[in-house]
Ligand binder design. Structure first.
Ligand code: ADP
Length: 191
């Protein structure tokens, strides 16, 4: 199994690149953001719990997020590996993920961060907001809050896996194909 964490700030292109990696490497893409939006769209109790956090650009509490993630993994055991997108976003989430995988004799093979500067991120998210229908993509202060949460809290997850020598960074600027090329050469040499 090859289990990858696709990492980077909001709007850095994780979802776009994950879709391409899935095709090439035959992995299962698990995006916690997509899982939350599905729950919200279906008005489930979990969706109702998560909605106000997401709409304000804050993190959903760990216990809610971790439980949802574990359910998704447990209901898809027969895969070649997982691409985790948007998870883990906190150190407790990272520790939970490591323990959860270790109990299945699995491990994270690499964390790959897409490096994109704040100005580009805000532009990309505002552009996406025109079609995404996401409340959190349409308000500058919400977007700024998501970036602040990433810089203050989520970025520590990079260090957690860097201590295990599993963290890598690639340039997240350029065309989708250029970035995908960088990702694939990393996957094929270092993962
Ligand atoms: P983006 O990467 O563009 O911010 P996502 O779809 O990954 O978008 O996440 C959207 C929102 O869902 C986040 O701002 C947060 O509120 C919530 N969310 C997603 N993943 C997590 C997580 N691992 N922990 C807590 N909240 C999360």
């Amino acid at each position: 199994m090859t289990n990858i964490i696709l990492f980077g700030p909001p709007g850095s292109g994780k979802g776009t690149q994950a879709a391409k990696l899935v095709e090439k490497y035959n992995l299962l893409h698990i995006s916690t953001g997509d899982l939350f939006r599905y729950e919200i769209g279906n008005n489930t109790p979990l969706g109702l719990k998560a909605k106000s956090y997401i709409d304000n650009g804050n993190l959903v509490p760990d216990e809610v997020t971790i439980g949802m993630l574990k359910n998704k993994v447990d209901s898809n055991p027969d895969v070649k590996g997982y691409i985790f997108d948007g998870f883990p976003r906190t150190i407790p989430q990272a520790i939970s993920l490591d323990e959860f995988l270790a109990n299945k004799d699995l491990t994270i093979n690499a964390l790959i961060a897409l490096d994109v500067d704040d100005e580009e991120i805000v532009n990309r998210i505002l552009l996406r907001g025109k079609t995404s229908g996401r409340a959190d993509d349409n308000d500058r202060s919400t977007i700024q809050n998501r970036i602040d949460v990433y810089n203050e809290s989520t970025s520590q997850v990079y260090g957690h896996y860097n201590e295990k020598e599993l963290s890598h960074t690639i340039n997240g600027l350029g065309t989708i194909e250029e970035i995908f090329g960088r990702l694939c050469s990393l996957m094929d040499t270092k993962v």
